[in-house]
Design a protein around this ligand. Structure first.
Ligand code: AMP
Ligand code: TRP
Length: 333
């Protein structure tokens, strides 16, 4: 039996980066998995509150992300889809693992250092311990594979360290989880600054394509994407980050290789090339949006989340009981 697990934070609007770097990969893994594979995909709301979230907005984003998962092709008959905070063992394992994580290991995390600098008010202690909660998510289901974008690689490293540390300190318990990072699409860049990651929290609206942007907005954002002055379409991450990012997006949407696309587009000017990219995006995203609108307020969505939490809790509870027994806390069960 193999287990695949991943999650996304419902903090703000889901971007094209989230889709191409993560969700699309979840769906492909789900569709290629055999009968013997358990798949858990969740909405990481406990992670979202490591920085303050407006409660009304957060509730909406949680439901919206669940509908996005389904609209993108996650199938509740094949994947267990649930909300992290509805399985209380996530918080519990987070604490148990904190007892064996060193402060130094957390202070060196790049995402912590970045987010800490952006915090205007106090930095919550949960922002520091965030990667431990994430390791807990992964170990709770004894996961083997974790599909993520490249920015999560360092956090995955800590999950591996903690799995091994627990196994060595107590006895063999956890698989050592492996990150699954795609070759193309693992890091979609900002449309306005193609040397930095496309991010939910970017203050510039036009830096990111959101999965639920309407057609006109998508076309406008692609048309105003920052490129270079050479006016020749080819892939060179270093010297042509803008064009290379658009080629990556096009490749993910059309399933054609970058080489093939460069051949197709080499005689185009940037205006023509951008139109091809926008067309491909519109073709990819419009059907997803249509399904999203059908699912968002359906009763079915609630039922799927309730069932998902129930199924996840069953596995989570077994792991927590085993950990407590091995760690010697509580009474023997
Ligand atoms: P987050 O938005 O931090 O909750 O990320 C959710 C998932 O999307 C993680 O697997 C990230 O690695 C992935 N992701 C976020 N932004 C990007 C991006 N710009 N390109 C590729 N993957 C991304
Ligand atoms: N930290 C991840 C992110 O920001 C989201 C996440 C939380 C996650 N728990 C996880 C991803 C467990 C994979 C596995 O993108």
């Amino acid at each position: 039996m193999k287990t695949i697990l991943s999650g996304i934070q419902p903090s703000g609007k889901i971007t094209l980066g989230n889709y191409l770097g993560a969700i699309k990969n979840f769906v492909e893994m789900q569709n290629n998995a055999d009968e013997d594979t358990n798949i858990f995909i969740f909405i990481a709301d406990l992670h979202a509150i490591t920085v303050y979230q407006d409660p009304v907005e957060l509730r909406k984003s949680i439901k919206s992300l669940a509908a996005i998962y389904l609209a993108c092709g996650l199938d509740p008959n094949k994947s267990t889809i649930f909300i992290q905070s509805e399985v209380k063992e996530h918080a519990e394992i987070g604490y148990l693992l904190q007892t064996m994580t060193y402060v130094g290991e957390l202070e060196r995390m790049t995402q912590y250092k970045d987010k800490m600098q952006k915090q205007v008010q106090g930095v919550s202690s949960a922002l520091l311990t965030y990667p431990v909660l994430m390791a807990g998510d992964i170990l709770l289901y004894n996961s083997n594979y974790v599909p993520v974008g490249v920015d999560q690689k360092q956090h995955l490293e800590l999950s591996r360290t903690l799995a091994e540390r627990f196994n060595n300190r107590y006895s063999e318990t956890f698989n050592v989880p492996e990150p699954i990072i795609q070759k193309v699409g693992a890091k979609i860049m900002s449309l306005q600054d193609p040397t930095s990651k496309m991010s939910k929290s970017d203050k510039l609206e036009k830096a990111s394509i959101f999965l639920l942007d309407d057609e006109a907005t998508i076309r406008k954002k692609i048309a105003s994407a920052v490129t270079d002055s050479e006016a020749k379409v080819y892939f060179d991450q270093e010297n042509k980050p803008g064009i290379s990012n658009l080629l990556t997006i096009l490749s993910c949407c059309t399933l054609k290789s970058i080489d093939e696309l460069v051949e197709d587009c080499k005689d185009m000017n940037y205006g023509e090339f951008k139109k091809i990219v926008a067309d491909a995006l519109v073709e990819k995203l419009m059907p997803i949006q249509q399904r999203y609108n059908e699912i968002l307020n359906s009763e079915e969505l609630d039922l799927i989340l309730t069932e998902g939490a129930k199924k996840a809790s069953y596995f989570a509870n077994k792991t927590i009981t085993k950990m407590k027994r091995k760690m010697g806390i509580g009474r023997k069960q």
